[in-house]
Design a protein around this ligand. Structure first.
Ligand SMILES: [Zn+2]
Length: 446
């Protein structure tokens, strides 16, 4: 069915003032201001109250952490003690808890204008070995496009790592499950709805051997690789002490410095590190709220981009930053980077670009996601400006970022409306909140 999204209030695309035509999940035509579609359409949707931008793409998250938001023993801690406070709590999750936690994250993201998300799921306590299957099901139920990264931890405290035994798995079990997930769910085609990537968690929770084996396995399946890297000074000190090298050298040595890799955080990179990332084509996901809350440091986004490194955006785990709102994260990225680099170096359009084109490139989807153009997926986030916070605005697109948009009124994924009038059709948020809060209380206080 050909649908004309007619005459948006504003649209983040060139020569599309009259809107876009979508058909069969893709954008098939851009309509000039005052113009009409060139071929007949089956349906016209008035968008004159809506600011239309490409659907936002979240390139780093841990859905299950919605169950441990604002967990008192983890408050006001830096990364390592924060993790040590939470690992044993996460070990208590059941499959039902996981499903609820993931559903909350997905719904929260979608309502904020997110149309594609990743999730770095790396905790597989006993009974929850099918965590990735659970999130694929949850994403399908909501219509969210996803790249689910099979995380892993196999280096526990007894072997010199950070996590306790209760949350690590055996290397061979991890690789067997990774292979199963790649074979079952990974769709490498244009317009794919579900993809799998492999994501050993971090240098301090995974063995060197698992890093190299995961890279080999992912590459055999044309799947991408993801991990946390250069997030904190603690991590750097740990790598120097344990491996005798800094995190990027470790990444290189394990065969991970490649164009099929995107890294979460990338805060503590030196100038030579940045040049090496650029040469390799390795991408970086900026997670401003998480970095600020955990006090990890400042991601050098402008130096990374100037060198040619692609930068995307991620909300990071819901326990680290306690929110899964990607539109708010755009504003935070804008504010943090503007504060650091100045008014001429960072604009609201840069922040929107990180969350759309930049994020799409991070997950290897620059050809079909992240832009409003003919042939791209029909993934759109549409915001109204009828709240008090927008009253008095001039530029409607700048208003989204500067006035703090945080809730999309309409969201389209693959040509289908997944949010309408600020609601997910048929989705009982009150019941979800009740069940999720109950699960969270049990996990936090068991
Ligand atoms: Zn993370």
């Amino acid at each position: 069915m050909r649908i004309w999204l007619k005459n948006p209030l504003a649209i983040l695309a060139a020569d599309a003032g009259g809107g876009v035509v979508v058909d069969d999940g893709r954008i098939t035509e851009l309509v000039r201001a005052g113009g009409m579609p060139q071929t007949p359409v089956d349906q016209v949707v008035d968008m004159s109250d809506h600011v239309v931008i490409p659907g936002l793409i979240n390139t780093h998250h841990h859905f299950y952490q919605t169950l441990t938001r604002a967990f008192p023993p983890a408050l006001n801690r830096e990364l390592f003690p924060w993790l040590q406070a939470l690992y044993p709590v996460w070990a208590r999750m059941t499959p039902e808890d996981l499903a609820l936690g993931m559903r909350v994250a997905l719904a929260e993201l979608m309502l904020s204008g997110c149309t594609t998300t990743t999730d770095h799921h790396y905790v597989f306590p006993k009974g929850c070995e099918h965590g990735i299957d659970i999130e694929v099901n949850e994403a399908r139920a909501l219509g969210m496009r996803g790249v689910f990264t099979r995380g892993s931890m196999n280096l526990s405290a007894k072997d010199g790592g950070l996590p306790p035994d209760s949350v690590v798995q055996d290397r061979d079990d991890i690789l067997a499950d990774s292979e199963r997930l790649l074979s079952t769910y990974h769709d490498a085609s244009h317009g794919a709805q579900i993809q799998i990537a492999l994501a050993p968690c971090s240098p301090f929770s995974v063995t060197r051997d698992l890093m190299t084996a995961s890279a080999d396995l992912a590459r055999r399946h044309t799947a991408r690789l993801h991990t946390h890297l250069a997030e904190t000074r603690d991590e750097e000190a740990w790598c120097l002490e344990t491996f005798g090298m800094r995190p990027l050298d470790y990444l290189d040595e394990t065969g991970w410095l490649g164009s099929d890799v995107w890294l979460a955080h990338g805060v503590h990179f030196s100038d030579p590190d940045i040049a090496r990332l650029a040469r390799a084509g390795t991408c970086v996901t900026h997670c401003p709220c998480s970095n600020m809350i955990i006090h990890s440091g400042h991601c050098r986004v402008c130096e990374l981009e100037a060198a040619g490194v692609t930068v995307g955006l991620g909300v990071d785990g819901s326990a680290a930053q306690d929110s899964s709102n990607l539109m708010q994260e755009v504003r935070q990225a804008f504010l943090l980077q503007r504060h650091h680099y100045g008014v001429s170096a960072v604009t609201h359009l840069d922040a929107l670009r990180w969350a759309t084109e930049g994020s799409a490139a991070c997950i290897g989807r620059g050809d079909d996601l992240g832009r409003i153009a003919v042939g791209m997926a029909a993934d759109l986030a549409c915001f109204t400006l009828d709240e008090l916070r927008f009253s008095g605005h001039g530029d409607p697109i700048a208003a989204l970022v500067n006035c703090g948009a945080h809730r999309a009124d309409r969201v389209m994924i693959a040509g289908r409306w997944t949010v309408w009038d600020g609601q997910i059709p048929g989705f009982d948020i009150a019941a979800l909140r009740r069940d999720h809060q109950r699960a969270s209380a049990r996990v936090q206080h068991a």
